[in-house]
Design a protein around this ligand. Sequence first.
Ligand code: ACO
Length: 464
Amino acid sequence: MSDASSLKVFLNPRSIAVIGASRTPGKIGYEVVKNLINYGYKGKIYPVNPNATEVLGLKAYPSVLSIPDEVDVAVVTVPAQLVPQVIEESGRKGVKVAVVITAGFSEVGNVELEEKIVKIARSYGMRILGPNIFGYVYTPANINATFGPTEVVKGGIGFITQSGALGIALMGWTILHEIGLSAIFSMGNMADIDVVEVSELLAEDPYTKVVAIYLEGIKPGKGREFIERMSKVTQKKPVVVIKAGVSERGAKAVASHTGSLAGADALYEAAFKQAGIIRARTLLELFNIARGFALQPVPKGENTVIITNGGGAGVLATDTAELNGVKLLEPSQELMDKFRQTMPWFGSPKNPVDLTGQAVVDNYIKALKVAVEAPEIDNIVIIYCRTAVLDPMELAKAIVEFYKENNVTKTTVVSMIGGADVEQAIKHLNRNSIPAYPTPEEAVFVLSRMLMYKRYLERIKKAS
Ligand code: ACO
């Protein structure tokens, strides 16, 4: 299947039925209905349960067939042996997609049961997400059809995960760190809808700025198709992937053979490169990079300047820049003279521009003004080390104000290093579309990956 348009219903369903909606708090079928209500879904919610008349104050129906309305999406939370019948009824009802949360299919060797539900669904032209998933979220339409945490933070990252437990845990983690998401798709066994199709769907979604994927593997024989279709996705939106494990199922027999593992990993590396996918090595990297893309424009040029109040942090940022292909601008005498005006006499107007530990808000804003006005500067890295003379929140607020007032479109990343008050300042920057990180290495690394994407888009443009 390769028609992402059949999946558009995920983003604007008129109604969602929860088949297996439970009356018992803590049960999956109860929590899904609760999340749909509490996250503010505005469409119709129809609990289906033959043993109940009401679930969470909503009228319950004995079968999806008895709902006196059209049903676009059905979330399935009945035990595995009941799923074929529920899918059959959903198909007859004209449901467009079934989100099958239920476990107990191919992941435990129950391949036939899984094939059976796909066959039934296909006979009605219905699509299946899962089985063996925690559901899906689409924040612009206030849809939280999962049994995970409720208050997902809205933003520009479309997150696709092949791991259920990890994905559901990361839902909570993104809330804690205020990482804004447009969507979360739990993929599970991918009996029908796969990662590529959901990527295609999110590539067309105006609220999704970047697609972040936790990938365990591509199905055997699907490598070429993956590259071809993902190449099209990356022309529209940046895609960042963390690939867990390096061996596919078939390669498990030789898992202890390091050579073949490296080979499999090299294949993924090559495929990602060809498809213009940015690879993250850790979960933190995945969300750091995604946050950069979600909040800032793709760099327009290569020349980068670092503005710092700490020499050491500036050096670390310089090292990361050099190791990751971020070009630090060699400032002209004229530009250095301008930066010189923004700092005490013992500062340095070279790149990194060192405002010294004595720097206050005024120094930063003056230096930022020089950087923004200099046509030869494309990207800005702002670094701040906590000092007694400059309150981090005061600086964060001044940066946000300066960027808003001046409509700055030069790609910018910030690093603020320090304690609890710095964490609050970082959050303030992130809430206001300036990606900020607790270490200079992270900030510069994110910029390096955004530059990679810029170069990829340029290469494609040239080739076409
Ligand atoms: N149609 C609709 N509802 C029905 C039907 C039917 N034909 N028959 C029974 N029900 C009702 C039940 O009465 C019950 O409601 P009640 O609690 O009010 O009585 C409700 O449906 C649920 O049925 P139960 O038999 O109670 O099922 P239970 O909730 O124990 O388990 C579940 C169902 C959660 C789907 C389970 O089979 C399962 O698969 N659990 C694992 C899910 C999972 O882990 N998925 C992967 C997530 S990713 C990760 O790893 C985090």
